[in-house]
Design a protein around this ligand. Structure first.
Ligand SMILES: [Cu+2]
Length: 221
């Protein structure tokens, strides 16, 4: 309740103080430390695998997503790519995690020699793409905010996440765990770091009226 009030006050305050032509905004950046970074254990090749193709790559589970829990009033007119892709490669979804804005279309191309059957039972997006072979692709439009778990009906070890946001204030961490969210209007926000659907680290962050860069680190498991 207090956060909402602060947000409203901050919004009104800055709107009144600013010249109409100039819109101040800030950036939020920092690092997400993934504790016990459960780097999936490396598969030990066995004798029977000698001479067979390389073992499938371990999915990249070190990525986290940082986002504003409640979007500032006003803007959602940013140009985000409205089309992204999640490959099926070596019986793995690549990338393992996609963060998208509502309205984004995601292609699910099959780059394996086997069939796959991508589906989700998540409330935010239920779909079943059916079986299709190498070289073919099907697309899903994500039009409702929420967490979507993606699976393959044929390969139980295949899984991925699509996080859908109704605003543009989110970012996926890079290989070093760093993130950056741009163009945030001044105000106080609840900011969340998300990892693998298990942990959330929430902090209150204030973007000052004069804008600028605010640093905030997170810790998740
Ligand atoms: Cu599959």
């Amino acid at each position: 309740m207090r956060i909402v009030l602060l947000l409203v006050l901050a919004t009104i305050g800055t709107a009144a103080a600013q010249a109409p032509a100039q819109r101040t905004s800030g950036a939020l950046r920092g690092r997400v430390d993934i504790r016990r970074a459960a780097a999936a254990p490396e598969r030990r090749p066995s004798v029977t695998e000698l001479g067979t193709p390389a073992p499938r790559p371990v999915p990249d589970i070190r990525r986290a997503v940082v986002y504003l829990e409640t979007a500032p009033r006003g803007a959602f007119e940013e140009d985000r790519p409205a089309r992204l892709r999640m490959d099926q490669r070596n019986e793995t979804f690549v990338p393992h995690l996609l963060a998208v804005a509502t309205g984004t279309v995601v292609d699910f191309p099959n780059n394996d020699s086997t069939y796959h059957n991508v589906f989700s039972l998540s409330k935010a997006k239920r779909f079943d793409l059916g079986r299709y072979a190498r070289g073919r692709s099907k697309a899903v439009r994500f039009d409702q905010p929420g967490m979507v778990r993606v699976f393959c009906d044929i390969h139980s070890h295949m899984s991925a996440f699509v996080l859908v946001f109704g605003h543009p204030y989110f970012a996926t961490t890079d290989a070093d765990g760093r993130y950056r969210i741009e163009n945030i209007p001044p105000g106080t926000y609840a900011v969340v770091a998300w990892h693998e659907g298990q942990t959330r680290d929430s902090r209150s962050v204030t973007i000052p009226a004069q804008g600028g860069i605010v640093e905030q680190d997170f810790e998740v498991q």
